[in-house]
Design a protein around this ligand. Structure first.
Ligand code: FAD
Length: 367
């Protein structure tokens, strides 16, 4: 079968690329190895933080575009995809001051609250220092977003094939690639590879990427003690050199997942794992430390109620994404545990690269 574009991988990034390619009027087939809604990659679960507390211009540009595209996708599909409950950033206040400066330059609303003001406002949380609150942030409804991306792409003629692993990719020429599955062969002008933890396996040396480390991450949901408590999304950095934070594995992120509890997790420190040989079991020491974190910093939850989640990160050395082209191949990889909020704009960048465009230099593979 001949198509303009084949997308490999039906997670957030592949689904967004298929939507954007279909929007540009090209024919597109998305191939996903597992069934729709599987929990084996990086995009499953009901919620993700929509956090705008970045200081870097490239990320703030991508976020601003994403915000508009999330709204467009919600309108196109008649769904609500963002819950802008605000995001409380605390810990390492010096770092937050640089974020506030970047926000000031761009007119992004954010402001500092004292620890006492924040504790008064969010009685389920403890604070030690000033808190940078960003009202225009919050959560993405991740599971609904995946369904909406598929629906919007299919409404424009895209075809999604689940339980269809790609077994091989062969470059036939500057504008021609052969993609093989167990049942069929596709010839396409471009192939977009958004295969998450399996990226290197799928590419099999066809593109030179920065090192990608796959880890099994294990945030957990905790039961709130009262349903009436108000919860922002949150990011909490350890205070540098503060011995009280010595047991932390990394900064903590978190949010309310309606119906499941308060999610909290360490960032990017899970055990390195082969995506096809996962344990899906939480690493006990990290879980114990997370429970201790909940006991110390989330007085509004039951620390003994932790329900772990298992999920993969694919991380680059500096946590910058890879969005780049290699002849007829386009690669979106290395989202390093912070990609979901940018999903629709990343889809647009990948569709543009498939059309001969360039990604911002920060995301080039050769860095
Ligand atoms: C625990 C956790 C918490 C997170 N929290 C946040 C957050 O709060 N905010 C935020 O912005 N981001 C967050 N992220 C990051 C975000 O979820 C990811 O960046 C994003 O989901 C990556 O999407 P993806 O499409 O690249 O990967 P995936 O969803 O893993 O998609 C890749 C797909 O490719 C498929 N595939 C692989 N090989 C083949 C093959 N041979 N043939 C066909 N298909 C194949 C896989 O089955 C998979 O479905 C979090 C991630 C995790 C794990």
């Amino acid at each position: 079968m001949n198509v303009d574009v084949v997308v490999v991988g039906g997670g957030a990034m592949g689904s967004a690329a298929a939507w954007q390619v279909a929007r540009s009027g090209k024919s597109v087939v998305l191939l996903e190895q597992f069934e729709e809604g599987h929990k084996i990659g990086a995009s499953h679960g009901a919620t993700r933080n929509f956090n705008t507390a970045y200081a870097e211009a490239d990320y703030l540009d991508l976020l601003a575009e994403s915000r508009n595209l999330w709204d467009e996708l919600a309108e196109e599909t008649g769904t609500q995809l963002l819950d802008l409950v605000g995001l409380a950033n605390h810990g390492n206040v010096a770092k937050l001051r640089t974020v506030r400066e970047a926000h000031e330059e761009r007119g992004i609303e954010s402001h500092f609250l004292s620890a006492a003001e924040a504790a008064e406002r969010w009685q389920g949380m403890n604070f030690r220092g000033d808190v940078l609150f960003v009202p225009g942030s919050g959560r993405v409804r991740a599971a609904e977003a995946l369904r909406a991306l598929r629906a919007a792409a299919e409404a424009r003629g895209a075809r999604f094939e689940y339980s269809t692993p790609v077994r091989g990719i062969r470059v036939l020429g500057p504008d021609s690639v052969l993609v093989e599955t167990d049942r069929s062969r596709f010839t396409a002008r471009r192939v977009v590879v958004t295969a998450g933890a399996w990226t290197n396996r799928v590419l099999d040396g066809l593109a030179a990427l920065p090192p990608l480390v796959v880890t099994q991450e294990q945030p957990a949901h905790f039961t709130p003690l009262q349903d009436s408590l108000d919860w922002p999304s949150f990011n909490h950095n350890p205070d540098p050199d503060d011995p009280r934070d010595a047991y932390w594995y990394s900064p903590v992120y978190g949010m309310l997942t309606p119906g499941e509890g308060i999610k909290a997790g360490w960032h990017g420190v899970g055990p390195v794992m082969d995506p096809d040989a996962r344990t899906f079991q939480p690493e006990p020491k990290q879980l114990d430390a997370l429970v201790r974190y909940a006991r110390e910093w989330l007085p509004g939850v039951d620390p003994a109620s932790a329900v772990p989640i298992s999920c993969t990160y694919t991380t680059t050395p500096n946590e910058d994404f890879v969005l780049d082209g290699f002849g007829p191949l386009v690669v979106g990889a290395g989202f390093s545990g912070h990609g979901f909020k940018f999903t629709p704009a990343i889809g647009r960048v990948l569709a543009d690269i498939a059309d001969g465009g360039l990604a911002p230099a920060r995301f080039a593979a050769a860095r």
